[in-house]
Ligand binder design. Structure first.
Ligand SMILES: Cc1cc2nc3c(=O)[nH]c(=O)nc-3n(C[C@H](O)[C@H](O)[C@H](O)COP(=O)(O)OP(=O)(O)OC[C@H]3O[C@@H](n4cnc5c(N)ncnc54)[C@H](O)[C@@H]3O)c2cc1C
Length: 310
């Protein structure tokens, strides 16, 4: 596999003019956990064409790849990811507004998109202002907060697919084709790489948008450990309850393994209080899952995507 990866990397290196490919890149630099192993190759395409060329090479060699947005819902195990992590970042970050439609590149930050909506007096993205992901990551995760979710505002998305016989392609999908459910997008799970998204918003008085954003930001600042590295809520909300409440009621606040700790402020967050390894975080995750299951019979599934080798 290492040989194939190397050949694919050489091909990608030749294909990239604006973008870059780097080897052995510590993903702690690219994830909000500030922990974890390295990407064997980190590919940063300069534009759509370069993304498609890289995908064609990756598909041609049949080597593994994973898409990275802003790394705020991701943990790479300490042994690293063997293959190609494709970073959809700044090179895909244009934002424009036309009428009540906001278009954003997948690499734009969701907070930037929410800021542009505010600037254009368009309501609908207030819930998203404090979510630290990229637009692509938010679509892929159907990110949500304070009663709003991406699926409520997304008109459609442009996606790249590594492709089958015909090679990589770009296609557009409407909201209904995305297969959204709680923190899931079926089309992304099926290999769709979001390049851009169109959100259908509504004309709203600016003061109202601003007030809602301020209120949400204040509630986050009070309830979430924002000054410590984390990936937000570590677990999905189980049917009929809240992960944070179950973890807190099980007496697990403050529980720690190495540098990883169940936040004292919000038990749904696992924080890196300094020097945590991915193994610390995963061990703590398992301890929490076991304790909550034994105490309440509730199964906690991680919301955070965990990839790579132990
Ligand atoms: C302090 C904090 C608070 C948070 N609060 C919230 C919250 O209120 N609500 C919430 O829902 N989440 C929250 N999160 C989690 C996180 O911000 C969201 O899940 C966000 O949508 C992840 O986006 P990202 O770009 O960082 O994705 P990444 O972490 O880079 O990736 C996450 C997943 O998305 C996929 N992905 C990324 N980009 C693309 C793309 N272009 N195309 C296809 N797939 C892609 C990845 O492959 C991976 O499976 C919080 C995180 C932190 C650290």
């Amino acid at each position: 596999m290492a040989g194939l990866n190397h050949k694919a990397a050489e091909g990608i290196r030749r294909a990239l003019k604006l973008g870059s490919i780097e080897q052995d890149v510590p993903m702690a630099r690219f994830t909000s956990f500030r922990a974890g192993g390295a990407a064997e190759y980190l590919v940063t395409p300069g534009n759509e064409e370069e993304l498609l060329e890289a995908l064609a090479i990756i598909a041609g060699f049949g080597v593994p790849f994973f898409v990275l947005g802003n790394g705020t819902n991701l943990l790479v195990r300490d042994g690293g990811f063997e293959g190609f992590i494709i970073h959809i970042g700044k090179n895909f970050s244009d934002i424009s507004v036309e009428g009540e439609t906001l278009r954003a590149g997948a690499g734009a930050l969701l907070s930037e998109a929410a800021g542009a909506a505010l600037g254009a007096s368009l309501g609908g993205l207030e819930f998203a202002a404090g979510i630290p992901g990229s637009v692509g990551g938010a679509v892929s995760m159907n990110a949500g907060a304070f009663g709003g979710e991406i699926k409520d505002v997304l008109a459609g998305a442009e996606l790249a697919f590594a492709g089958g016989a015909a090679g990589p392609c770009i296609s557009e999908a409407g909201n209904g084709a995305m297969g959204f459910s709680y923190r899931r997008c079926a089309l992304c799970e099926a290999g769709g790489i979001v390049i851009g998204a169109a959100m259908k918003l509504r004309r709203t008085e600016r003061a109202g948008i601003e007030a809602a954003m301020r209120d949400y930001a204040q509630r986050r600042a009070e309830k979430q450990p924002l000054s410590m590295p984390s990936a937000g809520s570590f677990f999905k909300r189980p049917e009929g309850s809240y992960a944070g409440r179950l973890i807190s009621d099980a007496g697990l606040k403050g529980l720690s393994v190495g540098g990883a700790q169940v936040s004292e402020l919000h038990a749904g967050f696992i924080v890196n209080r300094g020097g945590a390894t991915a193994a610390d975080i995963c061990r703590l995750m398992e301890m929490v899952q076991k304790a909550v299951y034994e105490r309440f019979g509730a199964v906690l599934e991680p919301e955070v995507k965990i990839i790579g080798k132990v």
